[in-house]
Design a protein around this ligand. Sequence first.
Ligand code: ZN
Length: 201
Amino acid sequence: MIIFGHNSKYVVHEPNYEDCTYCNSKASVSLYIYQKYAHVFWIPMFPLRKVGVSECSHCKQVLRSKQMPASLKSRYEKLKSESRTPLWIFSGTFLLIVLVSSLVFISNKKTALTKKYIAAPQAGDIMKIRTSTGHYTLLRIADVREDSVFIQFNQYEINKSGKLHTLESEPFSEDVFILTKEELQEKYNSGDIFNVDRKKN
Ligand SMILES: [Zn+2]
């Protein structure tokens, strides 16, 4: 569940500017500007509109912009347009950009590594493969000799590619098949092979 909503933060205050039309105190009315912003899980994402009120320090009367007398209202509009939106209000958006860029970077790096492994397979490489029946299984490179790649299939197949890791502890068939490196490359290009894991030495 994603919790989102909006909040507001006081950004600027102009003290004791106007006379109060209600209690007639001199220069007792102050203006306050608030920046509304959207948040997701209470992390500020981006600014919405600015709002504001006036308050008389003497009689405590609070007026919203619609209720302000003309002179106060124009002062309010000017203060509102001059007040800056604090940068932290964009922090969630900034975090999101950093997160997405990191994920894209990691994904690109993984794709580059997979391409490298496919082009130069090594004994021990484990590949995730879609079978001709539309299931998924693991393929292990048993040996590589010149242009030939000796492969073994896992004894089990499953119907969800996301659960292929559960086959890692299952045995591989003794039967060995031979592919050329070119055929292996074709299986990757067609999407049948979609992941390669190489244990680090
Ligand atoms: Zn007042």
